[in-house]
Design a protein around this ligand. Structure first.
Ligand code: SAH
Ligand code: SF4
Length: 341
């Protein structure tokens, strides 16, 4: 049986047409699910009994199970169990501009980036759209607040789960759904070129962030095995095309790893690589994990790197550090939980 939270408007309308009903019923169901937030089909009181019965026999409304939550100063991290026992994480961050939620898109990840905790668990399966939607709804319910921004930066590679991810975006962006503006949704990818190409034709103004982490192929291939399949030279061509076609500004994420990618040489190389592109660089202080040898760059190095980019007229920001005390780097809460910490 399908979970109703995974139905985008198109799919739900098709469903109603198929069972011989008017398609506007889909809007009514959306209002109950996402505006009134009822938890049973029986509460959908303006829908006729026979239609409710069809819904009940074709869909579940099952939720995820919240296993633990860890609260920090301006961050809260959630560990959810899925129906099959797999575990995923979401991280809520309180900003001055609103509340943003970082959600997972897969159980594990196959990309094998050497600095990343999520990648230590190989992909077990993709998340279904409903499992992404419910991370948002359940955190909102748990904290009695509204999430204004969603980033797909938890466990998993979103573009290795493209169809479910775009179905998820359809649902949360729909004005009768969660109604998050497309510009308040950010998808982060390690650089899966064929899917970036497909995404150029996706009709919503969703933000795209590219995990770059190195300005040349030699270093990037060491950090991110995906770079061997989709090297920088090809990636940059596609990204320039993406900017031209969509008129959207790209974000590049750059984790600052001590003595690995944080020298003056790399800063200059990065400035050169991105020169003239409509983009900005988000420098990320590395969140050290107990399993991985990398260390975070010193504040001093981070500032030097930042200054070089600025001087070379690259738009750049340094990400505020969140929740290193609550295992907030993606994958850390899950792996610590499994090890009984
Ligand atoms: N797979 C996608 C999205 C999930 S990872 C991607 O790689 O873009 C989201 C971001 O978190 C990526 O930029 C990733 O490089 C970064 N990240 C992974 N481990 C981290 C850590 N320990 N500290 C800081 N950022 C980390
Ligand atoms: Fe996967 Fe992203 Fe982690 Fe790389 S950084 S292993 S792509 S989750």
């Amino acid at each position: 049986m399908k979970n109703v939270y995974g139905m985008n408007m198109q799919k739900l309308e098709d469903y109603f047409v198929n069972i011989g009903q008017k398609k506007f019923k889909a809007i009514q169901v959306y209002e109950w699910l996402y505006d009134k937030r009822v938890s049973s089909f029986d509460d959908m009181t303006n829908i006729k009994k026979d239609v409710i019965n069809s819904l009940k026999s074709d869909f579940t409304m099952d939720k995820l199970k919240l296993l633990t939550k860890k609260k920090g100063k301006d961050v809260c991290k959630y560990l959810f169990e899925l129906h099959d026992g797999n575990k995923i994480e979401a991280v809520l961050m309180y900003h001055d501009y609103g509340n943003s939620l970082c959600i997972s898109t897969q159980v594990g990840c196959n990309m094998g980036c050497t600095f990343c905790e999520s990648g230590r668990l190989k992909k077990v399966r993709n998340l279904e759209a409903y499992e992404m939607v419910l991370q948002i709804l359940q955190v909102e319910q748990e904290e009695k607040l509204r999430i204004s921004h969603v980033v797909l930066m938890g466990i998993g590679e979103p573009f290795d789960n493209y169809d479910n991810v775009t179905c998820f975006v359809d649902i949360v962006n729909h004005p009768k759904g969660v109604a998050l503006g497309a510009r308040h949704i950010t998808i982060s990818t390690s650089g899966v070129i064929p899917k970036i190409k497909e995404f150029m034709n996706y009709d919503k103004q969703v933000n795209l962030a590219i995990s770059l982490h190195a300005p040349n192929d030699e270093l990037r291939s060491k950090l991110m095995p995906i770079n061997r399949a989709y090297p920088l030279k090809d990636l940059m061509v596609v990204l320039k095309e993406y900017i031209k076609r969509t008129n959207r500004r790209l974000t590049f994420e750059y984790i600052m790893l001590k003595d690995v990618n944080d020298s003056e040489k790399e800063a200059l190389e990065l400035a050169h690589l991105l020169k003239g592109m409509n983009c900005y660089v988000n420098m990320i202080p590395y969140n050290e994990t107990s399993h991985i040898i990398y260390k975070k760059s010193s504040k001093d190095n981070i500032m030097k790197f930042y200054d070089i980019l600025k001087k070379n007229r690259i738009n750049v920001t340094i990400r505020r550090e969140f929740g290193s005390n609550v295992d907030a780097a993606c994958g850390q809460l899950r792996s610590n939980y499994e090890e009984g910490k």
